[in-house]
Design a protein around this ligand. Structure first.
Ligand code: SF4
Length: 222
């Protein structure tokens, strides 16, 4: 199965009640060879209308963090949610909805085989932690640190939880924490660059950071 086939299944899915109130399902977007997956909770109003993830105010902040701190283009990473249809009035997704929908996320991770997963907020963090057999306490306690998901024989994914950008919109002090967390992600990307990334990818990131005048600041604000 490829990403488009997964997206088709999501768009026609009726496995939980959220299909009844959706305008569009939101499978996620990004390349199948993305090195990083960002996982949020569920689509909001704008995402439901457009059928694309993170296109509202929180999405604008996420895009800014990806571009300005990580030095990546938004279309170089894969962005999705644990739950692919909007819960009414943006309520939290239920356990049942997460259980019904998460196999699509599992399949996307299988196809993409990312080096890094960034979980945004408690729902995606708690889901990925459960897959990785890591104890989840609260997002404020576990955020900002690296964890390893030993996914199988010789397959390890680095997992980095942070706050959902929507939380930073309503709480400016969290915005600084989110930016600090993204600088930690940037440091890790640079380490990965020096290992397994292609030279073209490495040069692309370095050039974009140089254009922003950030090259050489290799401690990433840690
Ligand atoms: Fe299907 Fe997920 Fe949408 Fe529920 S939220 S209808 S499981 S795609």
């Amino acid at each position: 199965m490829d990403l488009e086939e997964i997206a088709k299944l999501v768009r026609s899915c009726t496995k939980c009640n959220l299909w009844k109130s959706r305008t569009n399902a939101v499978p996620g977007e990004g390349p199948s060879n993305a090195k990083i997956i960002f996982i949020g909770e569920a689509p909001g109003e704008n995402e439901d209308l457009e059928g694309r993830p993170f296109v509202g105010a929180a999405g604008k902040l996420l895009t800014k963090l990806i571009e300005e701190i990580l030095g990546l283009k938004r279309n170089e990473v894969f962005i999705t949610n644990v739950v692919k249809c909007r819960p009414p009035n943006n309520r939290d997704p239920t356990e049942e909805e997460i259980l019904a929908c998460s196999p699509y996320l599992d399949s996307q991770i299988e196809v993409i085989k990312p080096k890094i997963i960034v979980t945004l907020g408690k729902h995606s963090t708690s889901y990925i932690f459960s897959k990785a057999s890591i104890t989840f306490t609260s997002i404020s306690k576990v955020r900002g640190k690296w964890y390893v998901w030993k996914k199988g024989e010789g397959v390890e994914i680095k997992v980095f939880p942070t706050y959902h950008p929507a939380a930073a919109l309503y709480n400016p002090s969290l915005r600084k924490v989110l930016e600090e967390d993204f600088r930690k992600i940037r440091s890790e990307i640079r380490k990965e660059n020096s290992k397994g990334y292609t030279i073209e990818y490495f040069l692309g990131v370095q050039n974009r950071l140089r254009d922003k005048g950030e090259e050489g600041n290799s401690n990433g604000g840690k």
